[in-house]
Design a protein around this ligand. Structure first.
Ligand SMILES: [Zn+2]
Ligand SMILES: [Zn+2]
Length: 65
């Protein structure tokens, strides 16, 4: 069971990031991979394959924040 304040690895580059960090210090991206729909700009989890709002397919491994 992980504590919420424990550091985790950046989804993009693997650098250590803390839960309150909005940007990875190493790669400068939001450390958790989230899809952003290019059409309606809805944010969805990386496990989603289509936009929950407009139904557009996310690029596999792409369309991340
Ligand atoms: Zn990173
Ligand atoms: Zn959408």
């Amino acid at each position: 069971m992980k504590r919420p304040d424990e550091p985790a690895a950046c989804d993009h580059c693997g650098a250590l990031v803390f839960p309150d960090m909005k940007k990875c210090a190493q790669c400068g991206r939001f450390p958790v991979k989230l899809h952003r729909c290019p059409k309606c700009h809805t944010i969805a989890g990386k496990e989603e394959t289509v936009c929950p709002r407009c139904g557009r397919m996310f690029e596999p491994g792409g369309d991340y924040l």
